[in-house]
Design a protein around this ligand. Structure first.
Ligand SMILES: [Zn+2]
Length: 145
């Protein structure tokens, strides 16, 4: 028997890790987000949405994480297996995509994507820059049946 497959977007539940402005000088700090806690949060979102949609089983979860969040895909996949044990999401495939760090230069206004440890403005060389993207953790899609 072919199960009914439903897909839906989860953009409204997107949440951003960290707040406010983040300058280059602060990047040396211990910006650390433990993947287990993050995965628990992803699992909570998945279960809440699955319940809302009357799902019997969760087949696949797609997640996007900002490069700046320091969240690595592999631990998230492993932890998801652990936290989903015994739930309708057990065995679900987890796909984690990385989003680049997006930066805006406060000196010249240039917006660009940057590597994690070099946020210097490529146009004017300024380090007075602001992170405008890259801290996200977004559950973009959940496939259920
Ligand atoms: Zn600049």
């Amino acid at each position: 028997m072919e199960a009914e497959r439903v897909s839906f977007l989860e953009i409204s539940l997107a949440f951003v890790l960290g707040n406010g402005k983040m300058f280059l000088s602060q990047m040396q700090g211990d910006f650390f987000m433990h993947e287990l806690g993050v995965t628990q949060e992803i699992f909570n979102i998945v279960m809440r949405e699955a319940k809302k949609h009357g799902a019997k089983r969760v087949l696949k979860v797609e997640v996007e994480v900002g490069e700046f969040s320091t969240i690595e895909p592999e631990p998230v996949k492993l932890y998801f297996e652990v936290v989903s044990k015994g739930s309708i999401a057990e065995g679900a495939e987890v796909e984690v995509r990385k989003l680049p760090i997006r930066v805006k230069c406060n000196s010249c206004g240039h917006e660009y994507t940057a590597e994690k440890y070099d946020l210097t403005c490529p146009r004017c060389g300024s380090i007075d820059v602001e992170i405008i993207g890259g801290r996200e953790l977004i559950v973009t899609k959940i496939d259920v049946e």
